[in-house]
Design a binder for this molecule. Structure first.
Ligand SMILES: NC(=O)c1ccc[n+]([C@@H]2O[C@H](COP(=O)([O-])OP(=O)(O)OC[C@H]3O[C@@H](n4cnc5c(N)ncnc54)[C@H](O)[C@@H]3O)[C@@H](O)[C@H]2O)c1
Length: 307
């Protein structure tokens, strides 16, 4: 591990050059953010603002973070999922003097340690994917939530659900923009982005041929629909499990077989959970599965699978 106390802690700084190449590639595919950077780099509208972020540490999010920094903000960042952190991207940011505390495969204890480190800058703004940073601020640093922090953003469906529940209880202490409520997020990123990246991840990890396989998708919401339609397009026999009748009906009319997980567990070759709800695949399902079945989660928290 490479560390400069209070500034960064990442896996390996020798990966920085590789990370910079990855970020440059992402920049070449993100014209809107790059245009905003060019527009605001001189006037620096974020000068004097301190931004703490708990977001996936990927090359794409690095472009966002670098844009904030270029526009004047002081940024301190941790990863919202230890399994999505790219160590070379983390090293590249640390090398460019952006405060970052993230490495692939960190433990739960290290995950919360990293959030605590980002809060040390006493942020005015927070960026979340899953609401763990906002929760930490409210639980451990209420003085920041009451006065210092002006507002935040939350990217994902599950995080927005968690924050709406907090707001309904009167417990949310500062305004948060529900990024997931933007049509360009839930109806595009969740459907087409997650639809593609989920299958890409499975294929890269397993080299499995999807054609002819029974692919079970739990949840036919935005992400689940995107995954199911793409798997179908690649020749899989797609089975959907749903609790919402209209979503189940949509899946049926869009050519999927719909059944319960109890039934699907026996025949599935690949299982993908996309519900945002815990305990979707549990012990009794694993007991019924074929040997060698592939089980994955694309919802925000891995508690959809109870191993
Ligand atoms: N992996 C990614 O890139 C990515 C991207 C965006 C969102 N997400 C996460 O994916 C999850 C789903 O997001 P979404 O936008 O598709 O939500 P959504 O609300 O549109 O869809 C969830 C669906 O799951 C269904 N469901 C709930 N309980 C179920 C159960 N027990 N069995 C079967 N189906 C059930 C709901 O009826 C709903 O149709 C969330 O946790 C979200 O944060 C992941």
């Amino acid at each position: 591990m490479d560390e400069v106390k209070g500034l960064y802690k990442v896996r390996d700084m020798s990966l920085a050059e590789e990370g910079k190449k990855r970020i440059a590639w992402a920049e070449s595919r993100m014209p809107v953010l790059m245009a905003l950077k060019e527009k605001y780099i001189a006037s620096k509208p974020f000068k004097g603002y301190k931004i703490a972020g708990c977001l996936h540490v990927t090359k794409e999010t690095a472009v966002l973070v670098k844009t904030f920094a270029a526009c004047g903000a002081q940024v301190s960042w941790s990863g919202c999922n230890p399994l999505s952190t790219n160590d070379s991207v983390a090293a590249a940011l640390a090398d460019e003097k952006i405060s970052i505390f993230a490495w692939h495969g960190m433990s739960v204890k290290e995950f919360y340690w990293a959030i605590d480190e980002t809060v040390k800058i006493k942020p005015n703004l927070t960026l979340d994917d899953g609401a763990d940073l906002i929760f930490t601020v409210h639980n451990k640093y209420p003085e920041l939530a009451e006065g210092t922090i002006l507002g935040g953003t939350e990217e994902t469906t599950t995080g927005v659900h968690r924050l709406r529940a907090m707001a309904d209880d009167g417990a949310l202490r500062y305004p948060v923009i529900a990024v997931n409520d933007a049509e360009t997020k839930w109806d595009f990123d969740n459907v087409y982005g997650t639809g593609q990246s989920t299958l890409d991840g499975i294929i890269r990890a397993t080299s499995v041929l999807l054609a002819g396989k029974n692919v079970v998708v739990a949840g036919y919401g935005h992400c689940g629909k995107g995954v199911a339609l793409r798997a179908k397009g690649m020749g899989a026999n797609v089975i959907v499990t749903e609790v919402k009748p209209t979503a189940a009906l949509k899946a049926t009319l869009e050519g999927m077989r719909v059944m319960t997980m109890d039934e699907a567990a026996k025949i599935g070759d690949i299982f993908i959970t996309a519900t945002g709800v815990k305990d979707i695949v549990i012990e009794k399902h694993f007991a019924k599965m074929k040997d060698g079945a592939i089980v994955c989660n694309t919802g925000h928290y891995d508690c959809e699978l109870n191993l």
